[in-house]
Design a protein around this ligand. Sequence first.
Ligand code: PAF
Length: 291
Amino acid sequence: MKVIRKVSVMQKVADKLREEGKSIGFVPTMGALHQGHLSLMERARKENDILIISIFVNPTQFGPGEDYRRYPRPFEKDRSLAKKKSVHIIFYPSVSEMYGKEYSTHIEVEKLSKRLCGLSRPGHFRGVASVVCKLFNIVKPHVAYFGQKDYQQLRVIKKMVEDLNMEVKIRECAIVREPDGLAISSRNSYLSSPEREEALSLYRALEHAKSLIKEGSSVSDVISEMERIIKREAHAKIDYIEIVDPFTLEEVKTIGPGKKVLVALAVWIGNTRLIDNMLVKRKRGQSHFLL
Ligand code: PAF
């Protein structure tokens, strides 16, 4: 396994691999690797000749006062986890390698970036789209893998790839959860053990929403039930709970039979902001015979 720190070296290596006819699978990460990342790597490794991951805590996707400085950076641990997953190359650039002096180009995926997390994290998706575009230009993957845990990020990236005619294929991978349901995230490491218990309310609220939606409850009833579950926790503060169209991320007003929606939420547990979501389909109406 190689660790490459220079953009120009990574590009040369990627060009050579492509010339040799090798398919490149890519998993971009900010490090602090966990089971969610590892499952993306397993899939990417199976589906491609070469697996490249990037580890880069991207400053431009953090807003002022967010956790850029305290974001975990356990590189040696990440390196050994990557090795166990048979990663061929870790691209591990410095901030100055990625953003030269006077850096001034950004990608804005309109509409999708302004909803859900975009409201409380202005500029976040501009930072994500721009760095992912740069990483694609550097690593030159055939296929890139993203988790549905960051569902909005996934939609933004897919839209960017479509709108800018990028040749990379995007694979969506299911959320990986702890056995008790908590969605795995690098930020879970900030939680104390009582907070970790409270964080389970996100999953509980989503599961409850799923059963209500399947049976045909209204959007407002589902949201108030979810709020009730989360507000029981002493340190929980809701940023948003929304039921949206999975494609446009626009709020849905009614959920007709057979319709699929995304239930998404962001909740502060103490000083940690957690996100989670679930795709839910309402049952198709049963046919009744009037006698
Ligand atoms: O999901 C992440 O870890 C980051 O947002 C990404 C895609 C690596 C871009 O920095």
